[in-house]
Structure formats: structure tokens, C-alpha cells
Design a protein around this ligand. Structure first.
Ligand code: PMP
Length: 411
């Protein structure tokens, strides 16, 4: 991972930007270790949404009045900010409700008309259900099959096995950039290069990458890249699909309605060009204004600094957790985001998470929308502590102390 030293950033002051982090839960200070599920929002984002509704609220692209132009400018401004953040062109960035929508858009508009019986889609063992189920639906309707790239004992992709799967009948490789369960950072640049050499299109699920590390989608060399705003300090119901322009031009619309047309006649409709063809209906305007503010906020901190700080927290947490008797960590990839899945011998994941909640610690327990990964490990659920730049070393100490306390209660 990129390591950048940022002695100038006062992370305590950064944390103070997040109002919810000052609250108490069950009489204890909240320790929010569930950022892989959804990220907390800084005041700048909350205020941007508030300001939009108070002073600028109107629909986009329709009205010529002042508020209408302000709303359109703010919404398109957010697209431009996000495009800069991801290093892509605005004409290639479809705004949508999040990764789930983005992947379904590719499944229905790109894959469904294209795949034939005998074709194959390659997925990996560590995919989120959002990057599995849409492909199963497409496979059922087209007669295509799904092949799975497996992982090694550290939770890293077996690249030799993956490349051996990339045979001529494979039309698409869809994989996550960063695992939401194991934290594994996949070498997507190298993998997409190998797929491209073989004429295979690639979709990268960037849900867990965009909030944590500098992103340069152009350099990855994929065909599609999906992100979700709510994990990157933005509002829920915001996200984007980046796609190469030639794909966007060739893809039929997914959802029809207003905003996505040039002209509608009963004889037929001429669709809008570029991303707008896929943006039917009134979008989450205020949400995207908030996402624009989130992108400004993250950019001001610097993604390389965020990455370095989170890596320091991860190293500290790993060290502290290694002292907890009976604790097993799932996923020890060489390159890893600050996501720690674990189980403690003799304790059920949900019991641990419930008791930790009483100590003020919010972690997630369950299958993390990754059943095939749970099946691989032979467990129904794990606990997952997922960190973000607003977390602290003191919180990790308090978490480990709480874990030791509840572990004894469950023993
Ligand atoms: N992929 C991954 C890797 C995720 O972690 C998530 C969210 N948990 C999703 C997809 C789904 O994203 P969204 O919340 O935008 O539907």
C-alpha cells in the first residue's frame, strides 16, 4: 500500500468533524468499528445536504429558474468532483444509487444481450452477494456458466488458478478490489491486464477501495468500476458506475423514463448520450451534493494520508488482537485494508457482537453478504471490526479490553 507520512494531520481534530462519534451507546462512549458496512459522515457532508434543502432545492435538468439551475449545477458539480477523485472522464461516469445498482446495470445492459449458452463469467470466492447474484440471474437467462477463482489460506487470490480459468469462453471477469470480509487488496491492475490480453472484459467492485486508498481507475485498465457513496463518508443512496465510453454507447438503457431521452414519440424514443441514458427519473440530488462534499473532504485530507493512517491502526489492532487467547483472524493477506474478521474460540459471533455492543463497541457479526466465503471457511458467521481514519488507537485498546471481558463471560 502507498505509505505517506502525514505528521501535519491532527487526526483527533479530524475525528471531531464526525458528530455521531461523540455519542454514547448503553452509557459507554461509542466505538464505531463498522465502517465497512457504512461510513460515518463529517459535519461538512451533513451541512451540504442541509444547505441544499434549505436554500437550493429544485429538480435537475428541467427548470430554467434560478433554483433549477443551482440544483443542476450542484448535481453536475458532484459528478465532476467524483470523476476527478476517481481519475475518469465525466462523460463515462453514470451516477446511481450505489454498487448494487451499478453492477446490475452492467449485468442487464451489457451482459444480458451479449452472453450466449456456453459463455462463462469468472467471479472470485471473496465476492459480496452484490457481485454474485446479478451474474447468476444473467447466467440463468442466457445459459452462461459461472466459474470461481479460489483463495489461499491467507485469503489471497490464487492468481495461477485464476489465470487458468480465463479460457476463450469467458466473456467477463468480475472481482472485488478490496474484500469486505478479509480486507484483501486484490492486484486488480495486473489481473485486468491479463484478462484484457485474452479479450475478456473486467468489472471491479470498488466499494471497499474508494473510501480507503488513492484510486486511479484509468490506470487499473478495467472496463467497469463500481463505487458506493455511503461507504466513503457520503449519503446513502449514492454511487456510480464508471464504464469505458464504447461500452456506454453500445449498451441499451436499463431503466426507462424521464431525464434519459432526447426525444420521445409513440413510434420510438431517441435516448440521451453518455451516462444520462442510464439515469432515468429524478436522482438523489441532495445525496450527490453530499457526496460531492464528501469527496472534497476526503481529498483535503488526502487519500494517501488516510491510507497510511488506517494502515497504522490496522497494524496496532493486529498486534493487540494477537494477545487475545483463542482469537482467530480470517484473512492475513500481504496487502490488506483495515478490516479484521475474527472468531473467538467457544463464542458465537452474534453473542460476541451483542455483548460488545453493551460495551459501546459497534462491530458487525454475520455472513457479511459473502456466503460462499463463509462456506469456504466452514463457519456460518464471523465478527468483523472495520476501521476508518476517524478511529483511534485508544479505541482499539478499549475494544480489546471489552473483547477480553466479554470473552470471559461467554467461556
Ligand atoms: N460490494 C462490496 C464489496 C460491499 O462491501 C458492498 C456493501 N457492503 C456492496 C458491494 C454493496 O454496495 P451497496 O451498499 O452500494 O449496495
Amino acid at each position: 500500500m502507498t505509505v505517506a507520512q502525514a505528521p501535519s494531520i491532527d487526526w483527533t481534530a479530524v475525528r471531531a468533524d464526525f458528530p455521531v462519534l461523540t455519542r454514547e451507546v448503553h452509557g459507554k462512549p461509542l466505538i464505531y468499528f463498522d465502517s465497512a458496512n457504512t461510513g460515518q459522515k463529517p459535519a461538512a457532508v451533513i451541512e451540504a445536504v442541509d444547505d441544499f434543502y434549505r436554500h437550493h432545492n429544485a429538480n435537475v435538468s428541467r427548470a430554467v429558474h434560478a433554483l433549477g439551475s443551482e440544483a443542476t449545477e450542484a448535481y453536475e458539480g458532484a459528478r465532476a468532483k467524483l470523476a476527478r477523485f476517481l481519475n475518469v472522464r465525466v462523460e463515462e461516469l453514470v451516477l446511481c444509487s450505489g454498487t448494487t445498482f451499478a453492477i446490475n446495470l452492467v449485468a442487464y445492459s451489457w451482459a444480458l444481450p451479449r452472453l450466449r449458452p456456453g459463455d462463462a463469467i469468472v467471479l472470485t470466492r471473496m465476492e459480496h452477494h452484490a457481485n454474485i447474484v446479478p451474474w447468476q440471474l444473467v447466467a440463468q437467462r442466457t445459459g452462461a456458466t459461472i466459474k470461481v477463482a479460489e483463495i489461499d489460506e491467507r485469503g489471497q487470490l490464487d492468481l495461477n488458478q485464476l489465470y487458468a480459468l480465463l479460457t476463450p469462453e469467458v466473456k467477463l471477469l468480475a472481482l472485488t478490489h478490496v474484500s469486505n470480509v478479509l480486507g484483501t487488496v486484490n492486484p486488480v491492475r495486473e489481473i485486468c491486464r491479463e484478462a484484457r490480453k485474452r479479450g475478456i472484459a473486467t468489472l471491479v467492485d470498488g466499494s471497499q477501495a474508494a473510501p480507503h486508498r488513492p484510486l486511479d481507475i484509468a490506470a487499473i485498465g478495467c472496463d467497469f468500476y463500481a463505487i458506493t457513496g455511503h461507504k466513503m463518508s457520503g449519503p446513502t443512496g449514492t454511487g456510480a458506475l464508471w464504464a469505458r465510453r464504447e461500452h456506454l454507447d453500445a449498451m441499451p438503457p436499463f431503466i426507462g423514463g424521464g431525464e434519459m431521452i432526447k426525444e420521445v414519440r409513440f413510434e420510438g424514443t431517441v435516448f440521451a448520450d453518455g451516462p444520462r441514458k442510464f439515469e432515468a427519473g429524478t436522482p438523489n440530488i441532495a445525496g450527490f451534493v453530499g457526496l460531492g462534499a464528501a469527496v472534497d473532504y476526503l481529498s483535503a485530507l488526502g487519500m494517501a494520508h488516510i491510507d497510511a493512517h488506517e494502515q497504522a491502526l490496522l497494524a496496532y489492532a493486529n498486534e493487540a488482537l494477537s494477545q487475545v487467547p483463542g482469537l482467530r483472524i480470517f484473512g492475513q493477506a500481504q496487502e490488506k485494508a483495515a478490516v479484521i474478521s475474527f472468531l473467538v474460540e467457544g463464542a458465537h459471533a452474534h453473542d460476541l457482537a451483542t455483548l460488545l455492543d453493551l460495551e459501546g463497541v459497534a462491530i458487525r457479526s454475520g455472513h457479511h453478504c459473502a456466503h460462499p466465503l463463509m462456506q469456504h471457511f466452514g463457519v456460518p458467521a464471523t465478527c468483523r471490526a472495520s476501521l476508518a481514519f476517524y478511529n483511534t488507537h485508544d479505541e482499539i485498546d478499549a475494544f480489546v479490553a471489552a473483547l477480553n471481558k466479554v470473552r470471559k463471560l461467554l467461556a
